[in-house]
Design a protein around this ligand. Sequence first.
Ligand code: NDP
Ligand code: HEM
Length: 485
Amino acid sequence: MTERLTAQNGAPIADDQNSLSAGARGGLMLQDWQLIEKLAHFNRERIPERVVHAKGSGAYGTFTLNKDLSDYTIADHFQGVGKQTEVFLRFSTVGGESGSADAERDPRGFAVRFYTANGNHDIVGNNTPTFFLRDGIKFPDFIHTQKRNPKTNMKDAQAMWDFWSLNPEALHQITILMSDRGIPATYRHMNGYGSHTFSLWNAKGERFWVKFHFKTKQGIKNLSNEQADKIKGIDPDHAQRDLFASIEDGDFPQWAVNVQIMPEADAERYHINPFDLTKVWPHKDYPLIEIGTLELNRNPENYFNEVEQAALAPSNLVPGVGASPDKMLQARLFAYADAQRYRIGANYNQLPVNCPHASKPNHYQRAGAMAGVGCPFHGSAAGSDSSVNYGPNTQQGPAQQPQVAEPPMDLAGAMDRYDKTVEDDYAQAGDLFRLMNGEQQQALFDTIASTLGQASMDIQEKMLEHFRQADVAYAAGVKAALEQR
Ligand code: NDP
Ligand code: HEM
């Protein structure tokens, strides 16, 4: 038997197809509260899209640990071979709006949430091990050059290359983006990276710097520019379709989870600043250590509730995992939860996808819009009942847990706005260029020329000088490709 149709107040609805009018051809009645409820709710169906990474796809799954990391960290999901932890992963493109095509040349977001017994741990990374910038203060300017021109409302190659030509720190990431890995064939056929340096700490209070790598077990597959252009026209949602269908079909995608680990003291003497997000740690210096498998095996039931309202944040850290002095990471620790309070509302962490599934939230934060939604995994929402709303108290309210305090981190130096241009911007871009075969290098030149050729001559010249500093053959190849246009 079908259930009865009701209004939001639960009252049964007799007729949901005809609005209330004065006569068969007459105007509508203000008293038609059913019509008003439907139209008014419809007007509020959208929330602001993410300011970046607006188009995305998500799924749940499992992380299985196959190497115990208790020597490095007390984090629950890294304890004991065979340990399984529920995960949620959202993939995305960066610059396009929520309706944009999945096959754009753009970094892909790779944002993983581990629902651990000690709270949600999010690694909000990309399919690239690096980023365009090493200081978050530049991020809004950079994104303005990736989004639409304020006058023409079109993408703006001149702005993009103007910014990049003045920020050579971007060259490594530009080389990755313009390479054959710049358009992954699907979300399943690409790697993910935590990108930043994070920290792990163990029961003895020792700290280690760590980088996370998620290596696809489906193999790397990419699209050429021509293939991508075709797919964008035929099926703008091809990556969403691929992910959803493969999980529905029981063909569960997997990634091998790896870490690079650096003892705390190494950071002082390593020849690269290990907190510079424009650089990788070469594998020969810090080899990959495989620690487990991440598998996606369950599609969300409702895209809006579980993917659009998912609120992943680098600040979602758990005991045993911490931040690092990486200036980009530090900026991100503020930006995400702030964006989510605006985008979803103050109590976004009570929504089922966001609340901690395996750790009961207990705090003294109260009220705000939509308070009391609750986390279905733990009965009532923290603060939705009449329990004590201040701490400390003598009423057996939730108590601090000093045993999970992070060990102290030594910081030193005078407060200043340090000029980071002293860092080397070119060596690793050159390393990547030299790693490519001739065919890959030619594709790189052509792809760069296709948009750099739309920028003015002075900017092209500046870029050629940057390519030259990475590798003379890099500059020569781009120059030839520009001349052939
Ligand atoms: P390695 O030879 O040990 O590693 C090269 C890495 O490059 C591999 O991880 C490979 O991934 C990856 N790779 C190959 N082609 C591309 C591409 N077009 N875009 C992005 N990554 C690619 O060398 P190093 O560790 O010394 O690093 C050399 C360069 O490799 C770096 O400058 C960086 O650009 C790139 N790289 C390095 C990573 C690191 O963490 N060290 C991670 C990813 C890239 P796979 O094994 O999946 O084929
Ligand atoms: C999304 C800011 C750098 C990966 C977002 C959002 C903001 C933001 C505000 C939207 C969050 C939301 O509404 O839920 C910033 C700032 C940065 C920065 C200020 C630099 C200081 C980076 C870097 C990476 C990254 C370096 C990857 C290494 C992502 C991903 C998402 C995202 C994957 C989408 C998360 C999801 O799927 O919901 N960023 N970002 N960002 N960002 Fe960043």
